[in-house]
Design a protein around this ligand. Structure first.
Ligand code: WAQ
Ligand code: MG
Length: 243
């Protein structure tokens, strides 16, 4: 059975050249105008500030890969210190050593629009552009959100991203802290851990945040990994509405 062709709709907003927000959908042609309107509204209402440049872009989605959502587990933490410690503990149990050094690199991810791509063992940075980082794009939940889904659903969008990222060649784990000042929940993810939501991973009011993708494998695999993250359209199946 042929389904209608899909389109990637992307929004990117910046102020004074600095990244403010970005979001995307993968939708059939008939839903493109509504997706553009919803993402445009979001760009104008971001807690990080009013942008002076908003870019909306529509591209054919091409060949689609479907992957299952990672299973979700809540880790109850009450403070940023406890959350960071829990994240470190989970990663260590999953075979990632040098976790304190990796967590220290979060200080450098603040201004990045994408994620740091880090060799999990040597801690060498693998992003072609270190100021920008690597962005995972061209992804959405397979079961479509209402066209005007409105405000950002941090959980759903993060689970979609994390599920795509763990399907990328060479990726072994991810750590994420939101850059929204009032969003204190973060996560660590891997194929074996699933999506571990960490209830509190930063202090309320802290505008810093970032993502680190941990890679393990030969250098020759890095371009495949980056190509998958940036170019392969992925629909994630079974993404719940709420955690
Ligand atoms: N690809 C790579 N890195 C990204 C991307 C992307 N598409 N989007 C954002 N980042 C990086 C960038 O450095 C941001 O500063 C940082 O991640 C945080 O992005 O279950 O809201 O969009 O409730 O602020 C976690 C949800 C929410 C936890 C994470 O991230 C839960 C969030 P934000
Ligand atoms: Mg944000």
């Amino acid at each position: 059975m042929d389904s209608p062709p899909l389109f990637c709709v992307k929004m990117r907003a910046s102020a004074g050249g600095a990244h403010v927000s970005g979001a995307e959908r993968v939708v059939p042609a008939a839903a493109v105008p509504a997706a553009l309107a919803a993402l445009g509204a979001r760009a104008l209402a971001h807690p990080k500030g009013t942008p002076d440049d908003i870019r909306l872009r529509v591209e054919p989605a091409g060949e689609i890969l479907r992957v299952p959502a990672l299973p979700v587990v809540l880790e109850r933490t009450a403070t940023a210190a406890e959350g960071m410690a829990r994240a470190a503990e989970l990663l260590a149990a999953d075979g990632v050593s040098r976790v304190p050094e990796i967590m220290a690199l979060f200080r450098e991810t603040y201004a990045m629009r994408g994620a740091m791509l880090l060799d999990a063992d040597t801690l060498e940075r693998l992003e072609p552009d270190r100021a920008r980082g690597v962005r995972a794009t061209r992804m959405d939940a397979a079961e479509p959100a209402a066209a005007d889904a409105g405000a950002k659903n941090h959980f759903r969008e993060a689970l979609v991203l994390a599920s795509k990222v763990q399907a990328a060649p060479g990726i072994v784990a991810e750590i994420c802290v939101s850059d929204d000042p009032d969003y204190v929940t973060g996560y660590v993810a891997s194929k074996s851990l699933g999506y571990r939501r960490i209830a509190t991973i930063k202090e309320r009011g802290d505008p810093s945040g970032g993502r680190i993708f941990l890679f393990r494998g030969p250098r020759s695999l890095v371009p495949d990994c980056i190509r998958f993250l940036q170019e392969q359209t992925v629909l994630v199946e079974g993404v719940p509405w709420t955690p």
